[in-house]
Design a binder for this molecule. Structure first.
Ligand code: PFF
Length: 467
């Protein structure tokens, strides 16, 4: 074990920025660009956004710090780290289950993530080849629908994305990730800014878009929406499934966890809000429904790119960056599990990756069919399509549950002196962080779980309505 520890420690990233880049690469992805705008639309706008922002600050940031600290203290793959940390703290080795839950969640998320990233590959190619030129917003909308209706096309792009993910993982995460993310992030921000400026100046509906995003109407808020907002805070920051813990294991001892975690949280939130501010004015300008669903990003932005001078190139580049952002997130969904398989069994990294990717690919076919063959009611699970069910289960249940356990472990179980040394922040800030992990975050998660999954459905069942 000591040798293994030394080998892993020798692998630490040499620069503080590498952790920020890797964690930001994991956090920033389809969650910010595709999912945030679409679920904000479905959940009615401003009130949902406010809850999401509160969850980011109150639950997200403290848990991001906790996950990073556990990873760096454990210095192994999450499953092994959690077991070792439990032993060090004198509690049951069953805490290792947090790592298992994370591995399962990563598997499930990647299965639909890859299908959606596949849509972005399709759109990158269609954009560059000029397919959309001269199309109206309605025609662009039906183009999107016909893509979803075609399982062969969806399977092809899903396969290509899984192949790309597998290739990067098999070669080792460190090579390429740093330089890739370093170029991708500023480029993504710059192009988002272009769309945002276009939206502000040409859509004629900028204020309407902003008001949808930021005006608070508490009557719009159901417990279901609150659960979705909290779940999304976990999803967008890649928290609760040990992805950040796996990266934390490579973080140099002297880097500041509080500073790096805050940078990642700020960057991630800024990108999501920019995407929302760019998209909603276009939604209203094109007469679309904010709650139109998963096609929102694709249809609105494509309509904007079509009328933008040079839009074919800018649009192609934008969707290419969406694919790359999805890729750097996908890597972090796989890494905790592959790291564990390689550490635990004497299997090569490449073989572990191939086997894992084939399984995810197969499972992902369920999401492919959710948009066509299995879109009917007869194929639904709890009133949801397969895709909606997997998305709900992971974002709203297993990620918050994993995050809750991580917060409790860091706040209650781990030796105070160990975690204090890891975080290395002034005592007042440390006590505040600890109170967040011990009390505030668990109470928030449990309250939201209770009202959204027990109280509200029960009331509905009894015929007592009310938000
Ligand atoms: N945070 C990613 C996104 O917003 O697209 C998705 C994700 C990646 C979730 C890694 C969870 C994770 F562990």
């Amino acid at each position: 074990m000591a040798e293994q520890q030394a080998a892993l420690t020798a692998q630490t990233w040499t620069h503080r920025w590498t952790f920020v880049l890797a964690a930001a690469g994991s956090a920033i992805g389809l969650g910010n660009l595709w999912k945030f705008p679409y679920i904000t639309g479905v959940n009615g706008g401003g009130a949902f956004v406010l809850v999401y922002l509160i969850c980011i600050a109150v639950i997200g940031l403290p848990i991001m710090m906790a996950e990073t600290a556990l990873g760096r203290h454990g210095r192994h793959s999450p499953i092994v780290s959690m077991r070792e940390l439990a032993r060090e703290s004198g509690v049951s080795k069953w805490w290792g289950a947090v790592g298992w839950l994370g591995a399962l969640t990563g598997f499930l998320i990647l299965s639909f993530y890859s299908v959606v990233a596949g849509w972005a590959i399709d759109y990158t190619l269609q954009m560059f080849s000029g397919t959309f030129q001269g199309m109206s917003a309605a025609e662009i909308g039906s183009n999107f629908d016909s893509m979803l209706a075609n399982p062969v096309q969806l399977t092809l792009w899903h396969s290509i994305f899984m192949l790309l993910t597998g290739l990067v993982i098999a070669r080792g995460v460190h090579k390429g990730l740093e330089s890739g993310v370093r170029v991708m992030m500023p480029a993504l921000m710059a192009l988002l800014l272009v769309v945002l400026i276009y939206s502000a100046t040409s859509s004629g509906h900028f204020m309407e878009g902003l008001s949808f995003l930021f005006s608070f109407h508490p009557e719009d808020l159901s417990w279901d929406a609150v659960l979705a907002a909290m779940g999304h805070a976990f999803f967008t920051l890649s928290l609760g499934m040990c992805a950040i813990m796996a990266y934390g294991a490579y973080m140099p001892k002297k880097a500041s966890i509080a500073r790096t975690a805050s940078s990642v949280v700020l960057l991630d939130t800024a990108i999501a809000l920019m995407a929302g501010m760019a998209i909603f004015p276009l939604v209203f300008a094109n007469g679309m429904e904010p709650g139109a669903g998963p096609g929102l990003l694709f249809v609105t932005l494509t309509s904007a790119f079509v009328s933008l001078p040079g839009g074919q190139m800018i649009g192609g580049l934008f969707f290419l960056l969406v694919v790359l952002a999805a890729l750097s997130s996908a890597i972090s969904l796989v890494e905790p599990t592959v790291a564990w398989v390689v550490e635990r069994f004497s299997i090569g990294r490449a073989a572990a990756t191939v086997a894992y990717c084939i399984l995810v690919w197969l499972f992902g076919l369920g999401t492919v069919f959710s948009f066509n063959e299995w879109s009917g009611e007869s194929a639904q699970l709890f009133g949801m399509t397969f895709f909606e069910f997997i998305d709900y289960l992971t974002a709203n249940i297993t990620l918050p549950l994993g995050g809750l356990l991580i917060a409790v472990f860091a706040g209650w179980t781990m030796k105070r002196s160990h975690i204090y040394k890891e975080l290395n922040i002034p005592l007042g800030a440390f006590n505040l962080w600890r109170a967040m992990c011990r009390v505030v975050a668990p109470i928030c998660v449990l309250t939201i779980f209770y009202f959204s999954t027990i109280e509200e459905p029960l009331m509905e069942l009894l015929g007592i309505t009310g938000k």
